[in-house]
Design a protein around this ligand. Structure first.
Ligand code: UDP
Length: 453
């Protein structure tokens, strides 16, 4: 183990799977550089401390009721974030203040690192004279658009007419006009104060850590430095250093792996829409029929709660389940990183959360893009239009479209060309985390920055 350097870093993840994974991976990266780690977390979606014996975990109340937690508050992420941002400030302040009071000369607390989605932490840190570094768990290109997001909503791009739907949003390439309404969702105006607060607090911070690398977005990283005027550290993909498995909030179905062992190389399409996206029952049926009709083997993660109004897969008829089971396997949660790395996986039908997108690139798995909203709209455009390593479904959750996309990707020559491009991208990104690569060097710079605070 790396020698301790006498400094402790306080981490505070947002309580969402896609935010907890990168924060705990970052904790591992910093720990391997000699920093001691304390993780402050909410009661809701508390990380499993027993999986991380080297870190200290401190739980604070989040004000959510039992009923809310049982009803899965992530089904409305905006309202969840607003609520915990309101409720957690005071307990967080008390907790941090206590830690600072108790800290010893022999192990000084050097800084707070927390998710850019926390709105109160910058003020709390400033009032306690503690530097704060922001962790951005999405693509830098998306954070760069935050200052103009409210303008884009009101500048006449919405509602989009069909004939203009495919036009680029000039201020926000490669996004298309049709993507904008799904970036904002139904009550876009409610996002404005949230977005403004993130821009303001990030500009006052002591730096931004991106789960990204120069090979993927060199210009956007340089632009982030210009916009936010703070040091930028692009040290990702984090999971290349430490797996996300240990921070999983759900029980992973390990039977996926022996099932994959029995399949041919690159024959299986992996299907998962992440930890937050919801779909309707009819969309669920379309996906099921599309997969079944494609005649390709598939591994499908149906998270309990994925389908609105259903517990799990009960909207599928017995006959359909039987026909699905001939070719595929349905699980509640998978060891995704291990699955994507398996030789049998040939494609990933994904919602393009940033973690999933990076994990797919790092394993060289081409994608079928079915983004749900927010930054997923941008990630999927990069996958399909810029890097050209995937097929975009353009929101058409229809059995014929799904069957067609699966067959193009898995059996046709176009799929082979996409796979070739993905191989090149995988190698480029892989270089960034190797000794001397851009992300590897940024970790060094970040460690020195924290030491200097
Ligand atoms: N994940 C997993 N098993 C699953 C589905 C997802 O371990 O069955 C992990 C995945 O590897 C990723 C995270 O959950 O690290 C999802 O993050 P992402 O940013 O892709 O999407 P979100 O859930 O935030 O929408």
């Amino acid at each position: 183990m790396e020698k301790r350097n006498g400094l402790r870093v306080i981490l505070f993840p947002l309580p969402l799977q896609g935010c907890i994974n990168p924060m705990l991976q970052l904790a591992n990266i910093l720990h391997s550089r000699g920093f001691s780690i304390t993780v402050i977390h909410t009661r809701f979606n508390a990380p499993r401390s027993s999986s991380h014996p080297l870190f200290t975990f401190l739980q604070i109340p989040d004000g959510l009721s039992e009923t809310q937690i049982n009803d899965d508050p992530t089904s409305n992420v905006m309202s969840l974030l607003a609520q915990i941002n309101r409720n957690a400030e005071s307990p967080f302040r008390d907790c941090l203040q206590n830690l600072l009071l108790q800290s010893q000369e022999s192990e000084r607390i050097s800084c707070l690192i927390d998710d850019c989605g926390w709105l109160f932490t910058q003020s709390v840190a400033e009032s306690l004279n503690l530097p704060r570094i922001v962790l951005c768990t999405f693509k830098a290109t998306f954070l760069n658009a935050y200052p103009i997001l409210p303008l884009l909503r009101t500048q006449g791009y919405l509602p989009d007419s069909d004939s203009k739907a495919g036009d680029s949003v000039l201020e926000f390439p490669p996004l298309q006009k049709r993507d904008l309404s799904r970036v904002f969702g139904e009550n876009g105006e409610k996002l404005d104060p949230f977005v403004h607060a993130i821009v303001d607090t990030t500009m006052r911070s002591s730096g931004i850590i991106f789960m990204s690398c120069e090979e993927l977005e060199k210009d956007s990283l340089a632009l982030a430095n210009e916009i936010f005027k703070v040091p930028i550290f692009a040290i990702g993909p984090f999971h290349s250093y430490f797996s996300a498995s240990s921070s999983s909030l759900f029980t992973q179905d390990e039977t996926c792996i022996p099932w994959l062992d029995k399949q041919e190389d690159k024959s299986v399409i992996y299907v998962s829409l992440g930890s937050v996206v919801n779909i309707t029952e009819s969309e669920f049926l379309e996906i099921a029929c599309g997969l079944s009709n494609s005649k390709q083997p598939f591994l499908w993660v149906v998270r309990p709660g994925l389908v609105l109004g259903a517990q799990w897969i009960e909207p599928l008829s017995e006959g359909l389940v039987r026909s699905l089971e001939e070719k595929g396997k349905i699980v509640k949660w998978a060891p995704q990183q291990e699955v994507l790395a398996h030789r049998a996986i040939g494609g990933f039908l994904t919602h393009n959360g940033w973690n999933s997108t990076l994990e797919s690139i790092c394993e060289g798995v081409p994608m079928i893009c079915l983004p749900g909203g927010w930054d997923q709209m941008l990630n999927s455009r990069f996958v399909s239009d810029v890097w050209r390593v995937g097929i975009h479904l353009e929101g058409r959750i229809e059995r014929k479209e799904i069957e067609k996309a699966v067959r193009i990707l898995m059996v046709e020559s176009e799929g082979e060309r996409i796979r070739e491009r993905m191989k090149v991208l995988k190698e480029e990104v892989g270089r960034s985390v190797k000794h001397g690569g851009s992300s590897f060097r940024s970790i060094e710079t970040l460690a020195n920055h924290i030491l200097s605070l």
